[in-house]
Ligand binder design. Structure first.
Ligand SMILES: Cc1cc2nc3c(=O)[nH]c(=O)nc-3n(C[C@H](O)[C@H](O)[C@H](O)COP(=O)(O)OP(=O)(O)OC[C@H]3O[C@@H](n4cnc5c(N)ncnc54)[C@H](O)[C@@H]3O)c2cc1C
Length: 437
């Protein structure tokens, strides 16, 4: 019997777990001819990106080569980008015009930065979504300290060291907290001409509180924590327009920043939003209880599954599952398990998932979390944060590497070396501005 062609698009939290489930079962390997396609050849552990951005965790320690997994689990992998999916012909078109046909498709391509059509946002801000974004931010922060150290006026120093983060969700507050730790505790003491008052970090949040996904008392806790660390908080003040080095707010005021980071939200990629299926308002694909995509009439499309950030799965309370790594893992494990069951001729049960809670890191040795309804904050929460993510890292090697990073970081300060070329970090225009021209 010909093996069924299973095509998995995206090797992130959801896709990786599907591939691993299939690979673990001999029956599934005999039944499915599995091909995993990802535009990168590695999996990246997003929750630790803010820590990478300040060097608290080493860059390579949070990525895992998909090819190693593919070889180990005896499935096929290619690095390529899917550009179009033809649901009628059951084909995916790849970047180099390669066509991949399938019997069963899993779409798990995650999300992209959402600029909410704010004019100038995409052009004049930096996203914070990939390992490259994190590496870039770290290099940029250190480089700007080096330049500010040589600036001649206080005004010039303050201009170079002004950081603005648009979006006070989990990513925004984690980046702000890590940035403050690195800037205040590690960098400032090393630059004799720089002072705390030269540095500014501002969070702009359009909603009425930061981290809306967390319980209100945690939002308030994080707000107070960041204000104590010196972060300027502009809450309930949406960004309306962005110009180079300046965010205009809806109330008519403006905030200047030499580095503007956009962490205001995500949406599914165009590959997904362009599909002729049922979408919810934020662009995610509506799926049924078996995580099959629904067609525009609301009927399940056989053999097309959607998982992770691009899937909208309805919970019993009428809300949609949140776009989180734990949701991605749960969906991936479920689809993987269902495909294994099918290979073994066993019946498949519907998808059920209740998030365990959330964990928000606030930099060196502080976190807030809620696990199974129990809230916690402070150092103990940080230890639980570190332990939880250590357990979730893919493979023993990565667990060891990140564990050693955490231990090292408990004893020593951030590494402040900057190894990129200045021209790789700053545009010509920025170079002129930074030199005071
Ligand atoms: C900075 C940051 C911090 C975060 N922190 C947390 C946190 O603390 N806790 C939490 O629960 N969640 C966190 N998240 C969210 C979490 O990372 C996502 O919910 C999760 O990654 C979703 O899993 P996924 O499999 O849907 O997508 P991803 O893990 O993003 O994987 C998608 C994969 O698809 C690939 N891909 C994309 N487009 C294509 C294409 N066209 N063709 C081929 N391959 C493609 C990508 O390269 C990627 O490997 C964070 C996200 C970010 C960016």
């Amino acid at each position: 019997m010909r093996k069924k062609r299973l095509l998995i698009l995206g090797g992130g939290f959801a896709g990786l777990d599907i591939a691993r489930s299939i690979g673990k079962s001999r029956a599934a390997r005999d039944y499915w001819d599995t091909l995993l396609i990802d535009k990168e050849n590695f999996f990246q552990f997003n929750p630790l990106l803010p820590a990478v951005a300040v060097g608290a965790v080493e860059t390579r320690h949070i990525v895992y080569p998909l090819r190693d997994m593919a070889r180990h689990r005896q499935i096929r992998f290619i690095k390529n980008k899917a550009t179009h999916i033809d649901l009628t012909r059951r084909e995916a078109l790849l970047h180099n015009n390669l066509v991949m046909s399938y019997d069963t498709l899993v779409i798990a391509v995650g999300s992209v930065t959402n600029y909410y059509n704010v004019p100038g946002a995409q052009e004049h801000t930096r996203p914070f979504k990939t390992i490259v974004d994190a590496m870039y931010l770290r290099a940029r922060v250190v480089e700007l300290f080096e330049m500010a150290e040589q600036a001649e006026t206080a005004e010039h120093r303050a201009k170079l060291l002004s950081f603005v983060i648009v979006g006070g969700g989990v990513t925004g507050v984690e980046v702000a907290a890590e940035l403050m730790d690195m800037a205040r505790d590690t960098l400032l003491p090393k630059y004799p001409h720089l002072d705390r008052k030269d540095l500014s970090v501002t969070i702009i949040e359009g909603g009425d509180r930061i981290i809306p996904a967390a319980r209100p008392e945690h939002s308030a806790y994080v707000y107070r924590f960041l204000v104590r660390r010196g972060v300027r908080m502009l809450i309930g003040r949406p960004a309306a327009r962005v110009e180079p080095k300046c965010v205009h707010l809806a109330d008519g005021s403006k905030v200047e920043g030499f580095t503007i980071i956009w962490t205001a939200g995500v949406r599914p990629p165009d590959l997904v939003t362009g599909l002729p299926v049922l979408h919810i308002k934020d662009g995610r694909v509506r799926v049924d209880d078996y995580l099959r995509a629904l067609d525009p009439e609301g009927k399940p499309i056989e053999e097309v599954f959607v998982a992770g950030d691009c899937a909208a799965s309805l919970r019993p309370d009428g809300a949609y599952q949140p776009a989180l790594s734990q949701t991605g893992v749960a969906m991936g494990t479920y689809i993987g398990g269902s495909l294994v069951k099918r290979a073994k001729g066993k019946p498949v049960t519907p998808f059920r998932f209740k998030p365990a809670g959330y964990i928000i890191s606030l930099g060196k040795h502080s976190s807030v979390l809620e696990l199974f309804g129990v809230p916690l904050s402070g150092k103990l929460a940080w230890l639980l944060w570190a332990a939880a993510y250590l357990i979730k890292m893919v493979g023993f090697r990565k667990q060891l590497e990140v564990g050693i990073d955490h231990l090292t970081h408990m004893i020593f300060e951030h590494d402040s070396s900057q190894i990129l070329n200045r021209r790789q970090i700053l545009s010509d225009e920025e170079l002129n501005l930074s030199l005071g021209r």
